[in-house]
Design a protein around this ligand. Structure first.
Ligand code: ATP
Ligand code: MG
Ligand code: MG
Ligand code: MG
Length: 581
């Protein structure tokens, strides 16, 4: 690649809409260009890096027996209707109509298409196990496309799907993918953690995420040094949650309950709640009663979710759930439960008020509620409102409510030690889907005994375009991008300086030698550009080794500079290739 002809324009100024340094640099260095919010064009250098990430992912998927294919991004509505995702995805999918008024969508992920294709082509256990994958463009109308490629509305994902006849087969396929992901993220050079993950809209059971440790990550995870336990905070889920019969829940408002506070005014804590000295929540005074967890629906309506005991009772929440009949829960009276059957099914342990880890909050959620937010309200004996926002976070459609504020130092669920918190970027996600999709779309095969059995599936994603951004974010410095060799758009950046024809001729020969020895080269052969500008551009582009051919030639040397460390040394021209290799 010669900079005199390469389709590249570097920028001195940061793009106005860029939030993160790595993103600013990718735009300034001419790797990508924004076309619309969350939608990017890949310019030649950017595409080279993207292809390198793809190659690593492809090699590791092939190594575990994955077979590559490619599905369209433009998909019919029906399969997504059959699995419920046409509506479940809400505003997050791009829907469109064709000229005959038919409904289509731009695929956010492809479980449905893979399942249907396998169903069409396979019919026997003998054809399984099977792993298929694609590296393909996905579309999600993200609410907050952010940080460029990190959260695109159009982005590139590797998605693979495993098909097995039994649970042991699925477990093996899952473990193969897990091992392949370890290799992929090692090769990409990430500092990453593997965390238990929430399975979200996918359903299914076992699920882990690969998070690149990064302060700019949108995910928060907890880790326990002692046991190695690590989980996305979203996944520190309380497993007891069970669906509540929605039809049994009257449309009630808390105002209907005489003892309960109204909830329309957000009143700050009264003296019934005392901040704890260690800053972790509040201690409730004896006088506090009627603690209610409120659910606010997206449309602004509210309903009570659970009630609890005053926070200073020394009661273990598990025992409370098992042994204390709801009717005994002070200070609610029987009539209150009659009015709110839902309330009888939930409770708040003392932890809610900060006596222990707030991660232990347990309650049940109406399964018809797909999203919302919750908060806690209560009243002391004088009828004052006591209020504080304890939960802030989303509910999942499967009826579980995720733990809220887990704090640094909280005990890990396995009891092995304290938790530490950090942020990460979700780079990959592996799921044991089970039979959810196969059942919905009727994917069955004949087993050894000639009986029809439903296939069990896994789904596995890697954010390929996100990886480019995450590497840029993790490796850049204040002067530019700083690629690891395996992902850099070239191995060497050769700069010819000055106006002397002989210098350019020598540089040309050196470039030829470097390429002949298998290295890829960016050659700054621009005749009328000052050395200062050339050096700045070389630093901005971030190729790991920079070779300067210039004044040193009179002594028969060139300068070799390491982009990351800034270390430079003069070496004889004849030894330059060997030094770079
Ligand atoms: P996130 O939590 O960041 O929204 P997700 O859990 O919705 O991601 P998955 O459905 O698990 O994403 O998709 C598999 C992988 O695709 C993710 O692990 C991530 O690396 C990548 N990915 C998801 N959404 C985006 C996006 N909007 N832009 C770029 N990459 C994405
Ligand atoms: Mg998402
Ligand atoms: Mg996620
Ligand atoms: Mg995910």
């Amino acid at each position: 690649m010669r900079l005199s002809t390469l389709f590249l324009r570097t920028l001195r100024e940061d793009p106005a809409d860029a939030e993160l340094p790595g993103h600013k640099l990718l735009v300034r260095a001419g790797y990508v260009r924004r076309a619309a919010p969350g939608i990017y064009s890949w310019l030649p250098l950017g595409l080279k890096v993207l292809r390198k990430v793809e190659d690593i992912v492809r090699e590791e998927m092939d190594a575990i027996g994955g077979q590559e294919l490619s599905f369209p991004a433009l998909l019919p509505r029906e399969p997504y209707e059959a699995t419920g995702r046409w509506t479940e995805y809400g505003d997050n999918i791009f829907r469109l109509k064709d000229r005959k008024d038919g409904d289509y969508l731009l695929g956010p992920t492809h479980e449905e298409m893979f399942t249907l294709t396998v169903k069409d082509m396979y019919s026997s256990y003998k054809e399984l196990p099977l792993t298929l994958y694609q590296i393909q463009t996905k579309y999600r109308d993200e609410a907050r496309p952010r940080a460029g490629l990190l959260r695109g509305r159009e982005f590139i994902m590797k998605d693979s799907y495993s098909f097995d006849v039994d649970d042991a087969g699925l477990e093996a396929a899952y473990q193969r993918h897990r091992a392949a992901y370890v290799k992929i993220f090692d090769r990409l050079g990430f500092d990453y953690v593997i965390v238990y993950a929430d399975s979200g809209a996918m359903g299914g059971s076992a699920s882990e995420e690969f998070l690149a440790v990064s302060p700019v990550g949108e995910d928060t995870f907890v880790r326990c040094e002692a046991s190695g336990y690590a989980a996305n905070v979203e996944a520190v889920v309380v497993p007891q949650a069970q669906p509540v019969d929605a039809s049994a829940v009257p449309a009630a408002h808390v105002e209907d309950t005489p003892d309960s506070p109204t909830i329309d005014t957000l009143v700050t804590r009264s003296d019934a709640l005392h901040p704890r000295a260690d800053g972790r929540g509040w201690t409730a005074a004896d006088t506090l009663k009627n603690v209610v967890v409120m659910l606010t629906h997206p449309d602004g309506s509210t309903e009570p979710l659970a009630i609890g005991l005053p926070g200073d009772r020394e009661v273990d929440d598990k025992r409370l759930a098992a042994q204390v009949a709801p009717a005994e829960w002070a200070p609610f009276e029987e009539k209150d439960f009659a009015a709110y059957p839902m309330l009888t099914k939930g409770y708040i342990g003392p932890t809610m008020l900060g006596l222990e880890s707030p991660s232990k909050i347990r309650y049940l959620l109406d399964p018809s509620v797909a999203e919302g937010s919750a908060w806690v309200t209560g009243a002391d004996e004088h009828g004052k409102h006591v209020y504080d926002l304890v939960l802030g976070r989303d509910f999942t459609a499967d009826g579980t409510v995720q733990a809220a504020e887990i704090r640094e130092g909280d005990p890990s669920p396995d009891g092995a030690g304290p938790l530490t918190l950090a942020r990460g970027i979700e780079m990959g996600h592996i799921f044991q889907l089970g039979r959810k999709y196969a059942e919905a779309l009727d994917l069955k095969v004949l087993d050894e005994n000639g009986k029809l059995v439903t296939v069990t599936m896994g789904s596995y994603g890697v954010g390929v375009s996100r990886a480019v951004a995450a590497v840029a974010e993790a490796t850049h410095d204040e002067i530019g991008l700083c690629w690891p060799r395996e992902l850099a758009p070239a191995d060497v950046h050769v700069v010819a300086t000055g106006k002397d024809r002989a210098v350019f001729d020598h540089a040309e020969l050196l470039v030829g030698d470097l390429e002949a020895s298998g290295l890829s080269v960016i050659f700054d052969d621009r005749p009328k550009v000052s050395p200062g500008v050339k050096f700045k551009d070389a630093e901005l582009l971030g190729v790991p080794t920079i070779v300067v051919v210039g004044r040193g030639l009179e002594q028969g040397t060139v300068e070799i500079k390491d982009r990351r460390t800034g270390n430079r040394r003069e070496v004889p021209v004849g030894r330059a290739v060997g030094e770079v290799l």
